[in-house]
Design a protein around this ligand. Structure first.
Ligand SMILES: NC(=O)c1ccc[n+]([C@@H]2O[C@H](COP(=O)([O-])OP(=O)(O)OC[C@H]3O[C@@H](n4cnc5c(N)ncnc54)[C@H](OP(=O)(O)O)[C@@H]3O)[C@@H](O)[C@H]2O)c1
Length: 297
Protein backbone atom coordinates (compact mmCIF):
# COMPACT_ATOMS: atom_id res chain seq x y z
CA UNK A 1 0.00 0.00 0.00
CA UNK A 2 2.85 2.37 0.86
CA UNK A 3 4.24 2.01 -2.67
CA UNK A 4 1.27 3.78 -4.23
CA UNK A 5 2.01 6.99 -6.12
CA UNK A 6 0.27 9.92 -4.48
CA UNK A 7 -0.29 13.31 -6.12
CA UNK A 8 -1.37 16.42 -4.25
CA UNK A 9 -3.09 19.18 -6.19
CA UNK A 10 -2.34 22.17 -3.94
CA UNK A 11 0.68 22.28 -1.66
CA UNK A 12 -0.53 24.47 1.25
CA UNK A 13 -0.92 23.85 4.98
CA UNK A 14 -2.96 20.67 4.84
CA UNK A 15 -0.90 19.06 2.07
CA UNK A 16 2.26 19.84 4.04
CA UNK A 17 0.85 18.21 7.19
CA UNK A 18 -0.26 15.13 5.26
CA UNK A 19 3.05 14.76 3.44
CA UNK A 20 4.96 15.05 6.74
CA UNK A 21 2.71 12.40 8.27
CA UNK A 22 2.97 10.08 5.25
CA UNK A 23 6.76 10.19 5.17
CA UNK A 24 6.98 9.62 8.94
CA UNK A 25 4.65 6.68 8.38
CA UNK A 26 6.91 5.00 5.81
CA UNK A 27 5.53 6.28 2.50
CA UNK A 28 8.35 6.87 0.01
CA UNK A 29 9.20 10.49 -0.90
CA UNK A 30 9.94 9.38 -4.46
CA UNK A 31 6.27 8.33 -4.85
CA UNK A 32 4.85 11.70 -3.76
CA UNK A 33 4.13 14.53 -6.19
CA UNK A 34 2.78 18.00 -5.41
CA UNK A 35 1.60 20.70 -7.79
CA UNK A 36 1.24 24.27 -6.59
CA UNK A 37 1.43 27.60 -8.44
CA UNK A 38 3.93 29.09 -5.95
CA UNK A 39 7.60 28.36 -6.62
CA UNK A 40 8.56 29.25 -3.02
CA UNK A 41 5.95 26.87 -1.66
CA UNK A 42 7.18 24.10 -3.97
CA UNK A 43 10.84 24.68 -3.04
CA UNK A 44 10.03 24.55 0.68
CA UNK A 45 8.18 21.23 0.26
CA UNK A 46 10.91 19.78 -1.93
CA UNK A 47 13.64 20.71 0.54
CA UNK A 48 11.71 19.54 3.61
CA UNK A 49 10.61 16.18 2.24
CA UNK A 50 12.65 15.48 -0.94
CA UNK A 51 9.40 14.88 -2.88
CA UNK A 52 8.66 15.78 -6.52
CA UNK A 53 7.12 19.20 -7.08
CA UNK A 54 5.78 20.92 -10.16
CA UNK A 55 3.79 23.99 -11.17
CA UNK A 56 1.68 21.83 -13.51
CA UNK A 57 -1.24 19.84 -12.10
CA UNK A 58 -1.16 17.58 -15.18
CA UNK A 59 2.43 16.58 -14.49
CA UNK A 60 1.74 15.80 -10.83
CA UNK A 61 -1.20 13.53 -11.52
CA UNK A 62 0.29 11.79 -14.58
CA UNK A 63 1.28 8.52 -12.86
CA UNK A 64 -0.75 8.80 -9.66
CA UNK A 65 -2.71 5.96 -8.05
CA UNK A 66 -4.25 8.52 -5.70
CA UNK A 67 -4.95 12.20 -6.39
CA UNK A 68 -5.56 14.36 -3.33
CA UNK A 69 -7.24 17.68 -3.96
CA UNK A 70 -5.89 20.00 -1.25
CA UNK A 71 -6.93 23.38 -2.64
CA UNK A 72 -9.41 25.85 -1.16
CA UNK A 73 -13.07 24.94 -1.87
CA UNK A 74 -13.55 27.96 -4.15
CA UNK A 75 -10.57 26.82 -6.29
CA UNK A 76 -11.60 23.16 -6.54
CA UNK A 77 -13.79 23.56 -9.65
CA UNK A 78 -10.95 25.15 -11.65
CA UNK A 79 -8.39 22.63 -10.39
CA UNK A 80 -10.70 19.64 -11.03
CA UNK A 81 -11.71 20.71 -14.53
CA UNK A 82 -8.05 21.33 -15.36
CA UNK A 83 -7.16 17.67 -14.80
CA UNK A 84 -10.52 16.04 -15.65
CA UNK A 85 -9.60 14.75 -19.17
CA UNK A 86 -6.36 13.15 -17.91
CA UNK A 87 -8.11 11.58 -14.91
CA UNK A 88 -10.84 10.11 -17.13
CA UNK A 89 -8.16 7.99 -18.85
CA UNK A 90 -6.52 6.48 -15.74
CA UNK A 91 -9.24 6.76 -13.06
CA UNK A 92 -7.08 6.90 -9.90
CA UNK A 93 -8.65 7.12 -6.45
CA UNK A 94 -9.67 10.74 -5.80
CA UNK A 95 -9.50 12.13 -2.27
CA UNK A 96 -10.86 15.62 -1.63
CA UNK A 97 -10.23 17.44 1.63
CA UNK A 98 -12.03 20.58 0.43
CA UNK A 99 -14.64 21.53 3.02
CA UNK A 100 -18.24 21.56 1.83
CA UNK A 101 -17.85 20.24 -1.75
CA UNK A 102 -20.13 17.21 -2.17
CA UNK A 103 -19.03 14.06 -3.91
CA UNK A 104 -21.65 14.36 -6.73
CA UNK A 105 -20.49 17.91 -7.44
CA UNK A 106 -16.80 16.98 -7.57
CA UNK A 107 -17.60 13.90 -9.65
CA UNK A 108 -19.48 16.09 -12.15
CA UNK A 109 -16.55 18.54 -12.39
CA UNK A 110 -14.23 15.56 -13.05
CA UNK A 111 -16.47 14.18 -15.79
CA UNK A 112 -18.19 11.46 -13.71
CA UNK A 113 -17.77 7.79 -12.72
CA UNK A 114 -14.82 8.35 -10.35
CA UNK A 115 -14.00 6.57 -7.11
CA UNK A 116 -14.07 9.47 -4.65
CA UNK A 117 -13.37 9.72 -0.94
CA UNK A 118 -14.31 12.93 0.82
CA UNK A 119 -12.22 13.65 3.89
CA UNK A 120 -12.90 16.23 6.57
CA UNK A 121 -9.76 16.72 8.66
CA UNK A 122 -9.29 19.40 11.33
CA UNK A 123 -6.47 21.76 12.25
CA UNK A 124 -4.77 19.48 14.84
CA UNK A 125 -3.76 17.42 11.78
CA UNK A 126 -0.96 19.98 11.55
CA UNK A 127 0.54 18.55 14.78
CA UNK A 128 -0.27 14.93 13.92
CA UNK A 129 -3.35 14.83 16.17
CA UNK A 130 -6.10 15.41 13.64
CA UNK A 131 -9.58 13.93 13.68
CA UNK A 132 -10.73 13.07 10.16
CA UNK A 133 -14.06 11.72 8.97
CA UNK A 134 -14.16 9.95 5.61
CA UNK A 135 -16.98 9.22 3.20
CA UNK A 136 -16.57 6.92 0.16
CA UNK A 137 -18.83 6.77 -2.88
CA UNK A 138 -19.89 3.33 -4.18
CA UNK A 139 -17.12 3.22 -6.81
CA UNK A 140 -14.41 3.08 -4.12
CA UNK A 141 -12.95 -0.46 -3.89
CA UNK A 142 -11.95 -2.17 -0.64
CA UNK A 143 -8.27 -1.60 -1.43
CA UNK A 144 -8.87 2.09 -2.14
CA UNK A 145 -10.91 2.33 1.05
CA UNK A 146 -7.93 1.00 3.04
CA UNK A 147 -5.53 3.26 1.20
CA UNK A 148 -7.57 6.41 1.91
CA UNK A 149 -7.78 5.46 5.57
CA UNK A 150 -4.04 4.80 5.76
CA UNK A 151 -3.31 8.20 4.19
CA UNK A 152 -5.53 10.15 6.58
CA UNK A 153 -4.30 8.14 9.59
CA UNK A 154 -0.88 9.62 8.93
CA UNK A 155 -2.13 12.81 10.64
CA UNK A 156 -4.28 11.32 13.41
CA UNK A 157 -7.58 9.50 13.87
CA UNK A 158 -9.65 8.54 10.81
CA UNK A 159 -13.26 7.32 11.01
CA UNK A 160 -15.81 6.53 8.27
CA UNK A 161 -19.35 7.81 7.86
CA UNK A 162 -21.89 5.96 5.66
CA UNK A 163 -24.07 8.91 4.77
CA UNK A 164 -22.52 11.99 3.16
CA UNK A 165 -25.04 14.23 4.96
CA UNK A 166 -23.22 13.31 8.18
CA UNK A 167 -20.19 15.24 6.95
CA UNK A 168 -22.03 18.44 7.96
CA UNK A 169 -22.35 17.11 11.50
CA UNK A 170 -18.65 16.23 11.42
CA UNK A 171 -17.89 19.77 10.28
CA UNK A 172 -19.88 21.10 13.24
CA UNK A 173 -18.26 18.68 15.72
CA UNK A 174 -14.60 18.05 14.90
CA UNK A 175 -14.10 20.55 12.07
CA UNK A 176 -15.08 23.53 14.20
CA UNK A 177 -14.42 21.67 17.47
CA UNK A 178 -10.90 22.90 18.24
CA UNK A 179 -12.36 26.42 18.61
CA UNK A 180 -14.91 25.22 21.17
CA UNK A 181 -12.16 23.73 23.33
CA UNK A 182 -10.06 26.88 22.96
CA UNK A 183 -13.08 28.89 24.14
CA UNK A 184 -13.57 26.66 27.18
CA UNK A 185 -9.85 26.87 28.01
CA UNK A 186 -9.93 30.64 27.53
CA UNK A 187 -12.88 30.94 29.95
CA UNK A 188 -11.23 28.68 32.55
CA UNK A 189 -7.96 30.61 32.40
CA UNK A 190 -9.74 33.92 32.78
CA UNK A 191 -11.80 32.69 35.73
CA UNK A 192 -8.68 31.42 37.52
CA UNK A 193 -6.90 34.74 36.94
CA UNK A 194 -9.97 36.64 38.22
CA UNK A 195 -9.83 34.47 41.35
CA UNK A 196 -6.18 35.50 41.87
CA UNK A 197 -3.91 32.97 40.09
CA UNK A 198 -0.94 34.32 38.03
CA UNK A 199 -1.77 34.27 34.29
CA UNK A 200 1.08 31.92 33.30
CA UNK A 201 0.17 29.46 36.05
CA UNK A 202 -3.50 29.55 35.03
CA UNK A 203 -2.54 29.02 31.38
CA UNK A 204 -0.28 26.02 32.02
CA UNK A 205 -2.66 24.32 34.43
CA UNK A 206 -5.59 24.80 32.04
CA UNK A 207 -3.75 23.34 29.05
CA UNK A 208 -2.37 20.35 30.95
CA UNK A 209 -5.79 19.66 32.49
CA UNK A 210 -7.44 19.67 29.05
CA UNK A 211 -4.70 17.40 27.67
CA UNK A 212 -4.88 15.05 30.68
CA UNK A 213 -8.67 14.79 30.53
CA UNK A 214 -8.56 13.99 26.80
CA UNK A 215 -5.79 11.43 27.39
CA UNK A 216 -7.76 9.65 30.13
CA UNK A 217 -10.88 9.62 27.92
CA UNK A 218 -8.93 8.24 24.94
CA UNK A 219 -7.29 5.52 26.99
CA UNK A 220 -10.46 4.50 28.83
CA UNK A 221 -13.30 2.30 27.60
CA UNK A 222 -15.78 4.18 29.82
CA UNK A 223 -18.16 6.83 28.50
CA UNK A 224 -17.36 10.50 29.06
CA UNK A 225 -20.41 10.69 31.37
CA UNK A 226 -19.03 7.82 33.50
CA UNK A 227 -15.60 9.44 33.64
CA UNK A 228 -17.15 12.74 34.74
CA UNK A 229 -19.12 11.03 37.50
CA UNK A 230 -16.00 9.14 38.63
CA UNK A 231 -14.15 12.42 39.28
CA UNK A 232 -17.18 14.09 40.88
CA UNK A 233 -17.21 13.05 44.54
CA UNK A 234 -20.48 13.62 46.39
CA UNK A 235 -20.19 16.71 48.56
CA UNK A 236 -16.90 17.74 46.95
CA UNK A 237 -15.69 20.81 45.05
CA UNK A 238 -16.20 19.37 41.54
CA UNK A 239 -19.83 18.60 42.29
CA UNK A 240 -20.46 22.23 43.15
CA UNK A 241 -18.91 23.44 39.88
CA UNK A 242 -20.74 20.84 37.74
CA UNK A 243 -24.03 21.85 39.39
CA UNK A 244 -23.48 25.47 38.32
CA UNK A 245 -22.60 24.39 34.76
CA UNK A 246 -25.64 22.12 34.48
CA UNK A 247 -27.97 24.81 35.85
CA UNK A 248 -26.57 27.03 33.08
CA UNK A 249 -27.79 24.48 30.50
CA UNK A 250 -24.32 23.69 29.16
CA UNK A 251 -25.60 20.69 27.20
CA UNK A 252 -28.34 22.66 25.45
CA UNK A 253 -25.89 25.45 24.68
CA UNK A 254 -23.46 23.08 22.96
CA UNK A 255 -26.31 21.42 21.11
CA UNK A 256 -27.50 24.81 19.83
CA UNK A 257 -23.91 25.72 18.87
CA UNK A 258 -23.47 22.52 16.83
CA UNK A 259 -26.85 23.06 15.21
CA UNK A 260 -25.81 26.57 14.15
CA UNK A 261 -22.51 25.27 12.70
CA UNK A 262 -24.37 22.42 10.95
CA UNK A 263 -26.84 24.88 9.42
CA UNK A 264 -23.99 27.06 8.13
CA UNK A 265 -22.17 24.04 6.70
CA UNK A 266 -25.22 23.02 4.63
CA UNK A 267 -25.78 26.63 3.51
CA UNK A 268 -22.17 26.87 2.27
CA UNK A 269 -22.46 23.49 0.54
CA UNK A 270 -25.57 24.64 -1.30
CA UNK A 271 -23.61 27.62 -2.66
CA UNK A 272 -20.92 25.28 -4.03
CA UNK A 273 -23.12 22.60 -5.62
CA UNK A 274 -22.66 22.13 -9.38
CA UNK A 275 -25.68 23.30 -11.45
CA UNK A 276 -27.99 20.46 -12.50
CA UNK A 277 -26.69 18.09 -9.82
CA UNK A 278 -29.36 16.49 -7.70
CA UNK A 279 -27.47 16.07 -4.48
CA UNK A 280 -29.27 13.76 -2.05
CA UNK A 281 -26.85 14.62 0.75
CA UNK A 282 -28.14 18.18 0.88
CA UNK A 283 -30.88 18.27 3.45
CA UNK A 284 -32.26 21.54 4.63
CA UNK A 285 -31.57 21.94 8.36
CA UNK A 286 -35.14 23.23 8.62
CA UNK A 287 -36.30 19.66 7.97
CA UNK A 288 -34.15 18.21 10.76
CA UNK A 289 -35.72 17.72 14.16
CA UNK A 290 -34.45 20.35 16.58
CA UNK A 291 -32.52 18.14 19.01
CA UNK A 292 -31.68 20.88 21.51
CA UNK A 293 -35.13 21.68 22.83
CA UNK A 294 -36.47 19.42 25.56
CA UNK A 295 -39.60 17.54 24.47
CA UNK A 296 -38.71 17.59 20.74
CA UNK A 297 -37.04 14.19 20.71
N1 LIG B 1 -6.55 23.99 7.22
C1 LIG B 1 -7.43 23.19 7.86
O1 LIG B 1 -7.43 23.02 9.06
C2 LIG B 1 -8.44 22.42 7.08
C3 LIG B 1 -9.35 21.58 7.76
C4 LIG B 1 -10.26 20.83 7.02
C5 LIG B 1 -10.26 20.94 5.65
N2 LIG B 1 -9.37 21.79 5.03
C6 LIG B 1 -9.45 21.91 3.59
O2 LIG B 1 -8.17 21.66 3.05
C7 LIG B 1 -8.05 22.39 1.83
C8 LIG B 1 -6.68 23.05 1.81
O3 LIG B 1 -6.58 23.93 2.92
P1 LIG B 1 -5.20 24.60 3.28
O4 LIG B 1 -5.38 25.24 4.59
O5 LIG B 1 -4.08 23.64 3.07
O6 LIG B 1 -5.14 25.73 2.11
P2 LIG B 1 -3.87 26.51 1.54
O7 LIG B 1 -2.81 26.58 2.59
O8 LIG B 1 -4.38 27.79 0.96
O9 LIG B 1 -3.33 25.57 0.37
C9 LIG B 1 -3.89 25.48 -0.91
C10 LIG B 1 -2.75 25.64 -1.93
O10 LIG B 1 -3.24 25.36 -3.23
C11 LIG B 1 -2.70 26.33 -4.14
N3 LIG B 1 -3.51 26.44 -5.36
C12 LIG B 1 -4.37 27.43 -5.73
N4 LIG B 1 -4.90 27.17 -6.93
C13 LIG B 1 -4.37 25.99 -7.34
C14 LIG B 1 -4.55 25.20 -8.50
N5 LIG B 1 -5.39 25.54 -9.49
N6 LIG B 1 -3.84 24.05 -8.60
C15 LIG B 1 -3.00 23.66 -7.61
N7 LIG B 1 -2.80 24.38 -6.49
C16 LIG B 1 -3.48 25.53 -6.34
C17 LIG B 1 -2.74 27.57 -3.30
O11 LIG B 1 -2.01 28.61 -3.89
P3 LIG B 1 -2.56 30.15 -3.63
O12 LIG B 1 -2.10 30.49 -2.26
O13 LIG B 1 -1.94 30.93 -4.70
O14 LIG B 1 -4.06 30.12 -3.76
C18 LIG B 1 -2.17 27.06 -1.98
O15 LIG B 1 -0.76 27.01 -1.99
C19 LIG B 1 -9.21 23.39 1.79
O16 LIG B 1 -10.14 22.99 0.82
C20 LIG B 1 -9.84 23.31 3.16
O17 LIG B 1 -11.24 23.42 3.08
C21 LIG B 1 -8.47 22.51 5.71
Amino acid sequence: MKNNKIAFVGGGNMARSLIGGLIADGYQARNIWVSDPHAAQRDALQQAFLIHTTGENQEAIAHADVVIFAVKPQILKIAAEDVAPALQKKKPLIISIAAGIREPTLNAWLGGHHAIVRAMPNTPAMVGSGATALYANPQVTKLQHNLAESIMRAVGLAVWVDDEAQMDIVTALSGSGPAYFFLVMEALEKAAVDLGLPAETAHLLTLQTAYGAAKIALESSESTAALRMRVTSPGGTTEQAIKVLQEGNTEELFCAALLAAHRRSTELAELLVAPGILDPSLRSPATLAHPCVAGDQ
